[in-house]
Structure formats: structure tokens, C-alpha cells
Design a protein around this ligand. Sequence first.
Ligand SMILES: [Fe+2]
Ligand SMILES: [Fe+2]
Length: 315
Amino acid sequence: MKKLLARFRRAARGSSIGYFIQPRKVRFEWQDTPIDWIPQQPFASYFINEINMILPAGEFWFCRLYNKVLPQIQDEKLKQDVQAFIRQEAMHAQAHNSANKDYLTERQIDIQRNISLMNGLFNQLLADRPLGLQLPQWSERHWDLFRLGIVATVEHMTCVLGKYALYNREWQRQGADPAMLDLVKWHGAEEIEHRTVAFDLYRHLGGSYLARYNLSLLVIAGVIGLWVDGAAHIMRQDPRYASIRPALYKPWIWREWYRTAQANNGLLPSPFWLVSQQLGYLMPWYDPLHEAKTEDALAYLQASPAAQRAQLKVA
Ligand SMILES: [Fe+2]
Ligand SMILES: [Fe+2]
């Protein structure tokens, strides 16, 4: 019990990590990456490619929101964590945008519909002024806290997915394209490295334990729905799926997701596994520090070809 209370107090105080998060520059080259970046696995390739469209608008939104609340942070170390987090997320968004522009668009995939959907969600609905409405002053703090709670919940998911990506061996075993493999693993490793920041900030600014339940339901349904809908849209453009016409509301895409996850020894995380990973987040003793191993993430980041390429360019 004493230990539990000590853990609560430590997390509420401010930063829960002793190490310093390191923002890194990266550079990806997409000229050799095929649409089926996992050979003969179009479903898994499209499904993972969809994250390039889902992430940038949300990550830039994290940065804007965190910059807005930065002056309210009382703990110096947490402030430094948040500043490093902002720089990492901005780099993630740029890296995925480079894949949208120099890889998917170059291969005649329409990305605009999915990107517009995400822009509408993050730039309008979840903006400081939702849908252009000026909120009353008394509600501004609640609106910020609600949005910080969304970020903390999403960051739990990105940590879980980051772990999945970092330890995945099957993509490589099936001959996955090195650039896309590195993008997914580099991003996953940095999600692990900064996994405590959103949760620490949410608690530091007064986020409640109970709100995590509602936010968790909202976020898991929203992320999975947007992911499947976006993946269906890019698959529909491929003649191989012409007869199926994948869509969010058709059982086919859900069955195929589950089948691909089960049949291939780790090409995709199963939807059930993904939902089950939210349970830990709902526990009163949840501590993101215990969700993953920072040293494994740092070991990958040291060796990431994209990070090394950017360093060479700077040198
Ligand atoms: Fe990210
Ligand atoms: Fe993140």
C-alpha cells in the first residue's frame, strides 16, 4: 500500500523519468519502396500504410496543444520532457508526410480524402475554438484538460503499437522494404522513449482518474474506426480489391484484419489484442514507465538508418 501511494505521489508531482528525451532528425528515401512493402501481403501493407495518413494531423495538433499549455507546467523536468516530446512528434508528422508525398502520391494513391478527414477532426473539431466557436472563459481549462486526456490515451495506444513494431520480426522475415520498416520501428521506438510525457502532463495539470474510462472508450473506437475506414479507402483504389470494394461497414475488412493477424505470425496486431491492451491503462496503478523498456527503444534508435542518414547530412 505504501509503495502504491508513493507511486501515485511521484506521478502527480511532475516528470516520472530521470532520463532526457532526445529529439532526432531523420531522413527517409522512398524511391524504391513498392506499394506491397511487405511482399505478397497487400492487406497488411495497405493497413500499415494508412498510418501515414492518420498520424500527421494528430501529431501537429499534439504540438499546438502542448505549446499552449507549456506556461502552466510547474515542474522544470516535465517542461523539458514536453518540449522534447513536441520536437519528436513534429518530426514524426514530417516523416509520415514525406511518405504521403514521395511514396504513396508518387504511386498514384489518392491520399487526400483520408488526410482531409483527419484535418477536419484535429484542425476544426478539436481546435482551441471547436468548429470556430469561441468557448466561454470558464470552460477553457476543461476543454484543454479533455484534449490532454485524449492525447494521454492515444499515447498509451502509440506506446503499445510502438512495442509491437519494435519487437516485430515477421515483417523483416518476409522481406519488408527497409525504408518503411525503419519508419515504423523508428517511430515506435520514439513512442516508447516518450511514453510517460502525455500521462505525466495530464496528471500534473489536474486530469482525473475517472475521465480515463470515458476517454479510453472514445479513443479506442475512434482510432480503430478511422484506421479501418482509411485503409479501406486506399485498398478500394487497387484493382485487386475491385470486386470486394472494402468499406468500414462491410464485415470483410474486419474478418480480413483478424485473419491476417492470426495467420501470419505477427504481420498485424489483432483487433482483440489491441482493445485488450487498453485494460492496463484503466487500472488505478497504471504507470507508463512500466509499459516498455526504454533501453530496447534506445538501442534501435542508435542503429536506425534514417537517423544515421540525417546525422551524416548534418555532418
Ligand atoms: Fe508520434
Ligand atoms: Fe507519441
